[in-house]
Design a protein around this ligand. Sequence first.
Ligand SMILES: [Zn+2]
Length: 347
Amino acid sequence: MIIDCHGHYTTAPKQLETWRKNQIAALSDPANVPSKGTLSIANDEIRESLEGAQLKFQRERGTDVTIFSPRASVMGHHVGDATTSLHWSQHCNDMIHRVCTLYPDNFVGVCQLPQSPGTSLDNSIAELERCVNEFGFIGCNLNPDPSGGSWNSPALSDKYWYPFYEKMVELDVPAMVHVSGSCHPGFHTTGTYYINADTTAFMQFLTSDLFKDFPTLRFIIPHGGGAAPYHWGRYRGLAQDMKRPPLEESLLKNVYFDTCVYHLPGIELLLKVVPIDNILFGSEMVGAVRGIDPRTGNYYDDTKKYLDALPLSETDRHKLFEGNARKVYPRLAKSGIAKKLKEKATS
Ligand SMILES: [Zn+2]
């Protein structure tokens, strides 16, 4: 069983984008009364949006299931106010639910949160509950910087986040740390901002006692953990200088990394540095980098190929492709893919 822990609905039918454009345009109209409204998209349009993209790649690359969430770069939590974010997030999550209902063997849902800078996390708590309890979603994407680049929200270790963490623990779901689009033209969204945010989250965890307060809280730091694995010595050394516990003790029981690193040497380094128990297979397809590497003739984001090229033991392979995902996302076993998971387990 091969579980890809990181996929976004980047190919959703145009109506979703149009709804969002209209929502943003209405923000400057004083007569506008915000409402969720409706979105008219046929099942066939959803099928069409996936058949030539995510489903095609699943088949070609030999992966079984994608843990699927709304397109991250357009979450745009800084746009409008809390209500703006709530309506948009609900539509995006409704779409993921429809995808998972149409293709229960291929996708399992993770939700976008209706975060809004400077507001409480009450809406995010309610939306997480809706998506987990009503839709069978198994996790969420948590934005550490809903401002889109100003970094004016409290650090992830701050008590501000605690009510949300309590809900995550209660529902037994993890969060992928995931920013949205960058509002600063000097910070490229996927090339700079994403990687910076991943690294920032890692350091926030390292310098805090968050996991003493929440021993079962789990985060996935995507994009291979940003710069953290490459600079592992720096982080170990900083922890030591700050009289912090070793990384194994302070965060490796709670923090995981995906394999969205788009070349073999990067994957080799990740696996050499980070314990195998902390790495989940992920590809982020169809997402940040969509081209073919002329040096290999393969898609950059076909990350399974890099792992297949390594001399991994069967035990390690199983952890990477299935075991660790089942551990981090225990609700996988109760989700729409539970049956397939049972049939294909350890094969
Ligand atoms: Zn992503």
